[in-house]
Design a protein around this ligand. Structure first.
Ligand SMILES: Nc1ncnc2c1ncn2[C@@H]1O[C@H](COP(=O)(O)OP(=O)(O)OP(=O)(O)O)[C@@H](O)[C@H]1O
Length: 618
């Protein structure tokens, strides 16, 4: 989402505080010397505006600063990337080490460098003393003092990247180097550009280390120092003016290029579409043990169905399971198989698995067509097929921020499908979408599943997603499998109260068995299908709202407190005489909105009973 522009009212409020005055004070301090310089320069006697040798000094400074910045870029960007990847004590130590040159007075940095590249140091001798008092010495000094500016800025930019982008790129077939070049570099471009500018400016203005390491040839700052020392303040007017002009020119160019758009928009004609080749659906089998921090996951399943849903509460290990299957996380032990193929040892880019993370994770600098064909071996004809199937025609040139939430999800889906994966992994694909968009996309996905889409595994919190998009359900909680099986079977017979809760069954209560066929709930006796539990067992029981019947005779007295018509379903909130709440859902015939006394029938075969165990939670 793009940041909200500052409103004029906000600005007015800001102006009423002391903050602008504090900022203005610093700005005044920063600009005052420049103002004073301009005043002095305009009144300077004409004779001081000549400075023999200044052209050479300027050339030396421009060239050495540019070469130093090039070296800093080639070496510093990979170092910054590496530093953004490592964590812990080593990362902290490395971070401190690369920032040390910032803390040292440049003069001392020059002295330290002399120990390494000076004429009597081993490296200096190796180069016949040409690393000092030479342009090479200026470059070495500039690299030392200016490199931290790039490294610090680029490291922050790399660290701020959404890791899902690299994960998606991996599942699309991009190896490590390609992910660095195609995902990390463009993503961190703004930070790198800012770091480069700072590094160049710092290198251009470098004096302290340079004067120790390479007094000759004169760089512009050293030349200015020499002029000042030998002929006084007035003779520095021209060198200072030249420095200012050069710095302002570089800042202006940088400012202009910062607004140039890095992204490309697709302009060529699309090829004719090609449908994915028909194939038998693959069966997923896995047995995985993994750790994430203190969290332990142990999950195994041999899928019988073609489409799996993993249902579970937040933090139960659903995403971790999906990432393990995709190869984006490493298990402590176990395997992942697709049919007879063992994927366990394969990196994500070679698993042939499509992955759609929770928030679509589109690359911000790529237009829709480039997103969909981002996989290195994506067939453009297949990409066009999915573009059309997912109703994205006409949006090819749009950038992610120009798409709606639903369109972004469609692009992410098309991108994963365009590589023709054998297995499609979807991590909560409808989160954050409003109901109509969610419904539309859900039915769209179901249509694709029934057609050409590959085997799918979908993670969801929503039982409706599972009912619509899976023929097999896995319920996980606390890193363990609670129940797995055919979708209808799991919905009809949840294995535990926690599973029932996750399946969205609302009428979940406790009671005690008077005998294997009679449940007592706060004095109300309810007949259940025969259980093999002994009399006196404390139990948890449930009945689906749609299984509760309104009746004229028999049943239990109850009071309807509220009735709501939700589409074709009438939902009622009732209480039994003992005060227990019950949800009732009636589809046909339409029930008039009503409240008041009634009688309800709880069919014994619709009631599920579990012995209450101390660890049962929902
Ligand atoms: N990098 C990590 N370091 C430490 N713990 C982690 C890490 N990644 C995940 N976890 C922990 O692992 C557990 C499982 O995480 P996971 O993302 O798989 O949950 P989830 O079931 O997908 O949850 P949600 O529905 O909220 O996305 C959580 O308790 C989480 O805090």
């Amino acid at each position: 989402m793009s940041p909200r522009p500052t409103q004029p009212r906000d600005q007015v409020r800001f102006l009423g505080t002391p903050l602008p005055w504090l900022g203005a004070l610093l700005l005044l301090y920063l600009l005052a010397p420049l103002g004073a310089f301009v005043a002095r320069a305009t009144n300077a006697p004409p004779g001081v505006l000549t400075a023999p040798g200044i052209g050479d000094a300027l050339t030396v400074s421009l060239e050495t600063a540019t070469v130093a910045t090039a070296i800093i870029t080639v070496l510093g960007v990979p170092l910054a990337y590496l530093l953004a990847q490592v964590h812990g004590r080593i990362a902290t130590l490395l971070g401190i080490a690369v920032q040390l040159p910032l803390a040292l007075p440049p003069l001392m940095s020059g002295i330290l460098l002399l120990y390494v590249v000076g004429p009597y140091a081993p490296l200096g001798r190796l180069f016949g003393g040409r690393l000092t008092d030479h342009a090479a010495g200026i470059v070495l000094a500039q690299v030392f003092v200016a490199a931290p500016f790039l490294i610090v800025a680029a490291r922050s930019a790399f660290a701020a990247l959404d890791p899902d982008l690299a994960d998606v790129a991996a599942t699309l077939g991009h190896g490590r180097l390609s992910r660095f070049a195609r995902v990390a570099l463009p993503g961190a471009a703004a930070g790198i550009r800012a770091g480069l500018l700072l590094a160049w400016l710092r290198a251009f203005g470098e004096f302290g280390a340079t004067v120790v390491l390479a007094y000759h040839p004169y760089s512009l700052p050293v030349y200015t120092y020499v002029q000042f020392g030998s002929a006084g303040l007035d003779t520095t007017v021209l060198p200072v003016a030249v420095s200012l002009v050069a710095a302002v020119a570089v800042l202006a160019v940088s400012h202009y290029t910062a607004h140039l758009r890095l992204h490309r928009r697709h302009r060529t004609a699309l090829p004719p579409p090609r449908a994915p080749r028909a194939r038998t659906s693959s069966r997923l089998t896995f047995d995985l043990r993994a750790r994430a921090g203190t969290f332990q996951l142990r999950i195994a399943h041999a899928a019988q169905g073609r489409h799996l849903a993993i249902l579970g509460p937040s933090g139960s290990g659903k995403s971790l399971t999906l990432r393990l299957v995709a190869g984006l996380a490493t298990p402590q032990a176990g395997y992942v198989r697709l049919d007879e193929d063992d994927l366990t040892a394969l990196p994500p880019e070679r698993r042939g698995v499509g992955y759609v993370p929770q928030d679509a994770s589109l690359l911000p600098h790529l237009a829709v067509w480039d997103q969909i064909t981002f996989g290195p071996d994506t067939d453009p004809a297949l990409a066009v097929y999915w573009l059309r199937q997912l109703h994205l025609d006409g949006l090819e040139h749009r950038l992610p921020h120009e798409l709606s939430g639903g369109q972004r999800r469609r692009v992410a889906l098309a991108r994963a499908l365009a590589r023709d994966p054998r297995l499609l992994l979807l991590d909560e694909p409808f989160t954050g979408l409003d109901t109509p968009v969610r419904d539309e996309l859900r039915w769209e996905l179901r249509r694709l599943q029934q057609g050409t889409a590959p085997t799918t595994v979908i993670i969801t919190h929503d039982p409706e997603d599972a009912a619509l998009l899976a023929d097999e359900i896995l319920i996980v909680a606390h890193g363990r499998l609670l129940q797995a099986g055919d979708q209808r079977e799991v919905f009809a017979h949840p294995a535990t109260p926690e599973a029932a809760h996750l399946l969205g069954i609302r009428n979940l209560h406790t009671g005690r068995l008077a005998d294997p066929r009679t449940l007592v709930v706060d004095g109300t006796r309810i007949t259940v299908a025969a259980t093999d539990l002994p009399a006196g067992t404390p139990v948890t029981w449930c009945i689906r709202p749609e299984d509760v019947r309104l009746t004229n005779t028999g049943g239990h007295p109850a009071t309807i407190l509220d009735t709501v018509q939700v589409g074709a379903v009438t939902e009622m909130h009732a209480v039994l005489a003992n005060g227990h709440s019950l949800s009732i859902a009636v589809t046909t015939p339409a029930v008039p909105a009503t409240t008041g006394d009634c009688r309800i029938h709880l069919p014994p075969e619709a009631i599920t009973v579990w012995p209450t165990l101390p660890r049962n939670r929902w």
